[in-house]
Design a protein around this ligand. Sequence first.
Ligand code: IPE
Ligand code: IPE
Ligand code: MG
Length: 252
Amino acid sequence: MSNGVSSHPEEPARPETPRHVAIIMDGNGRWAAARGLPRGEGHRRGVEALRRVVRASHELGISYLTIYSFSSENWSRPATEIGDLFGLLRRFIRNDLATLHRDGVRVRVIGEREGLEQDIRALLAEAEDLTKDNTALTLVVAFNYGSRQEIAQAAQRLAREVADGKRAVETITADTLGRYLDAPDIPDPDMIIRTSGEQRLSNFLMWQAAYSELVFVPIHWPDFDRAALEGAIAEYARRERRFGGLAAKTGS
Ligand code: IPE
Ligand code: IPE
Ligand code: MG
């Protein structure tokens, strides 16, 4: 496995880099409040953290990075904050898409597109289309995303196929349902990181997280950087993944 880790020569090469890291980027508001700044400033600094982490993920040999950018439940925030978050997404795509493309990043988007303003939908589609042949790193943006909604949509599509006589009920297995989720070709996350000290999934990738290692870090998202990501990967490497079986002999 290619692994560009070189900044910590005191540590041996890590046995295992997670192929897919998903991040619940939390704590922007508390980061700002602790500094007497408006919440929007926390979100702006959060975008800078995102840039650092995309770069570091690529350098560290991660293949898929999923980021929780806006949840289905975040609509319950004040309109001004929702406006800030949507403005940042627009600016992120407009300003960073060319760089992401140059760096070989493929952008994918999961979540509900209907109900989003047309210009945002166009930007998301443009990002996916421009970068569709890139292979260095896949950046999955979970925007207007909720895991329960994603699973319910999959159930609806399967139910429609049954109602239309195109599918037998018995063919619906866990594998089938998984194939009807938003990004069925992307492997489940090996590790889910949540920043800010909160320890919950908040409707993020609940189906896909069945065997993900959960890593909770106390720092707020705007302070997250390459070192913090390396720390989370080191924690991941110490975990023993069993998938319901027995402990594997690691040989180390
Ligand atoms: C994460 O930071 C960003 C989004 C949820 C969009 P928060 O805005 O949730 O920050 P806290 O949790 O209030 O500190
Ligand atoms: C989860 O964070 C959503 C995103 C990071 C986009 P929240 O801050 O919305 O989650 P809760 O409300 O604390 O569970
Ligand atoms: Mg939060």
